[in-house]
Design a protein around this ligand. Structure first.
Ligand code: GLN
Length: 486
């Protein structure tokens, strides 16, 4: 048996039982990476020696009875999270070779729990995109069908987990970037409530929307990862000081007493018939588990794309102003004046999509347009939030597709940003409202591409999400189904 194909909790069981060492697990994953990475292209940085060193230490700690909850388990993180042991590029030429002076809190919590940090995963530049094709260095492939997109912006994080190139990973979700690649690659992915996980050391895209979360092989692993990364952090003033529940104990069989809403607006035009069929089968699984299914409405859904694509670029234009060639990353050395240096460094350092967002965002914030665009979008954001508050008065969770279609060939939509923006319609609103959301595999289409089911909950109701997802997973029976790579 290949150890790399185990889930986190299976590997943990073997470690606890003394049947395997962290060094053996790590070597198995490194061998798997050697075999499939030429096809998958998920890693921007791989720290082989460091990983083996950490694995040796983990084995020692376990021997001494000092094992943390993830002791000895090899994981990897999206290259948007700062690490001192490897560069943090955000998939951008702007930060090529940049090594952060500190570790992100989420990363630190993983390593404090004993996890072995393998490497940094490919992503759309500064997390802007839905396919990871905006990565300046490599484009990850969908392990289920190489040549197809892995999704984005956390495409490398989803592909690496689906291909058994790590036991679990971290991604970031500003408008769907954990849930959408998880759905396209057939993994579990959770965007926690805004404030549940510290954003310290997460390179900012849109600060009021960004959240760190796990991508895993099953729901139990998602609970394990959430347990470790959640909680208050004095270094992030938006992280919330509220006890972290025992997420694993939330995984109970049966959903008796739970009301699950189907938002009418999420099953509209443009939904691929195979996605709809799979998700409807998932809804039957929820019902079979004892949940009561009700219809709910989110009347402002049509405005989500417009609101998000004003607010996110506006915040990005402000956050990305720091990349001026002076303090961070790329500097154009041919300039003869300071202004020219700024302008050339930014023109050459950023890719097209990032520049497009900066232009949109700067325009939306500029005097004379601020009221018509940014302010209006913020007002409509409140209406979208209110929709969710009303809906969650009538149900515990909402169920829907994650994305309107399964994965598509790399290159197919690369020249059509608007088509990609529109395909975010089902995930953006959770970020606008700050609520948690999760994608769990519920089926495959005729081409063998995975389809995810999205669950959304009220603020801090992650336990309900995990419990419902666990019941879908038990019935769908897809855990252990693997892509036939190399
Ligand atoms: N696809 C969305 C965008 O391009 C979401 C990205 C994200 O969640 N980081 O903005």
């Amino acid at each position: 048996m290949e150890y790399s194909s185990l889930t986190l909790h299976e590997a943990l069981g073997l470690l606890d039982g003394g049947q395997v060492s962290s060094v053996m697990l790590t070597e198995s994953v490194l061998a798997r990476i050697d075999a499939v990475e030429p096809t998958v292209q998920a890693y921007l940085a791989l720290d082989r020696d460091g990983a083996l060193r950490q694995a040796h230490q983990a084995d020692q700690l376990r021997k001494n009875g000092q094992a943390g909850p993830l002791c000895g388990l090899p994981v990897a993180v999206k290259d948007v999270l700062c690490t001192t042991s490897m560069p943090t590029t955000c998939g951008s030429r702007m930060l090529e070779g940049f090594v952060a002076p500190y570790d992100a809190t989420a990363v630190r919590r993983l390593t404090d729990a004993g996890a072995v940090l393998l490497g940094k995963l490919a992503m759309d530049e500064f997390a802007m995109g839905s396919t990871s094709e905006n990565c300046a260095f490599k484009v990850p492939n969908n392990p289920w069908k190489p040549g197809y997109v892995a999704g984005g912006s956390s495409g490398g994080s989803a592909a690496a987990v689906a291909a058994d190139e790590c036991f679990a990973s971290l991604g970031s979700d500003t408008g769907g970037s954990i849930r959408q690649p998880a759905s396209l690659c057939g993994t579990v992915g959770m965007k926690p409530t805004y404030g549940r996980v510290s954003r310290y050391g997460l390179v900012a895209f849109a600060s009021s929307l960004d959240q760190v979360g796990p991508l895993t092989k099953d729901v139990r692993d998602c609970a394990l990862m959430m347990q470790v990364i959640s909680g208050h952090d004095p270094l992030d003033s938006t992280s919330i000081d509220r006890p972290v529940p025992d997420y694993t104990s939330a995984l109970q069989e049966g959903l008796k007493g739970m009301k699950i809403g189907i938002p009418r607006e999420y099953f509209g035009q443009g939904l691929d018939p195979e996605v709809e069929r799979s998700v409807r089968e998932g809804i039957v699984m929820l019902k079979d588990a004892g949940a009561e299914i009700v219809e709910v409405t989110l009347p402002h859904t049509d405005y989500c794309v417009a609101v998000y694509y004003l607010i996110a670029p506006a915040e990005a234009s402000s956050n990305l102003a720091r990349y001026d060639g002076v303090r961070y990353g790329f500097r154009d050395r041919s300039a003869s004046s300071l202004l020219e240096m700024y302008s050339r460094s930014r023109s050459k350092g950023f890719g097209d999509e990032v520049k497009r967002r900066i232009l949109i965002g700067t325009y939306a914030l500029s005097s004379g347009y601020y009221d018509a665009f940014y302010k209006k979008a913020s007002q409509v954001r409140t209406l979208i939030k209110d929709d969710f508050a009303r809906a969650f008065a009538a149900c515990d969770l909402m169920v829907s597709p994650v994305t309107p279609t399964p994965a598509w060939p790399i290159g197919d939509k690369a020249d059509d940003p608007l088509a990609l923006y529109l395909s975010d319609i089902l995930t953006l609103s959770a970020n606008l409202a700050g609520i948690p959301g999760l994608s769990v595999p519920c089926g495959f289409n005729g081409e063998g591409l995975p389809i995810g089911l999205q669950l959304q909950a009220a603020h801090f109701d992650e336990e309900k999400l995990l419990r419902a997802a666990y019941n879908v997973e038990l019935r769908a029976g897809l855990v252990g189904k693997k892509p036939s790579l190399a």
